[in-house]
Write a new protein. Sequence first.
Length: 197
Amino acid sequence: MPKPKGILLGIVALAALGIGWWLGSPLFLNRTVDEAFPMAANAVVPDTMSRADVERVMAVEAAVDRPASEAMPSGASPTVLKQGRFRDADRFHRGKGTATIYRFESGEHVLRFENFEVTNGPDLRVLLSPHPDPRTRDDVNGANYVEVGKLKGNMGNQNYSIPPDVDVASHRSVIIYCRPFHVVFSVALLVEETSAE
């Protein structure tokens, strides 16, 4: 008959292995995301469809090759408000690619990563921050950052909707942040586009 002390040690060992895998496995695994540019951002979504349904329909229609005589309506393109390049946070936490904030005619704002790659880690989050050059957790926590979402993948092109109540003009950086350990993995310093209104 197993002794209670042995059972308790077994349970603790299994829990430690599980936590160790959750914390360490991202260092050995990559998750690639390849989202298309959000063509439906300006679309009025019918009640019977989701935004994903609209994206699928628009992607199919965009692939059809047929002549058109209509001119592209002016102002139909999204406006680039801010853009920056991801950089390494240190010798271990590395990042590259671009972060761009777009404004659509609907007023919606989207943060898009392109050619993006960052060192993977547990529970990485995408933050917008008013800090001009965050490097430490004190820089992150000392500023009024906004969490845009959980990082979808540590590689590839991806889109993040920015909540409508966020003042995009006040944010000066995008941070890839490890929430459990409060570590900055990569930062993109945002620069306003001169052509943006």
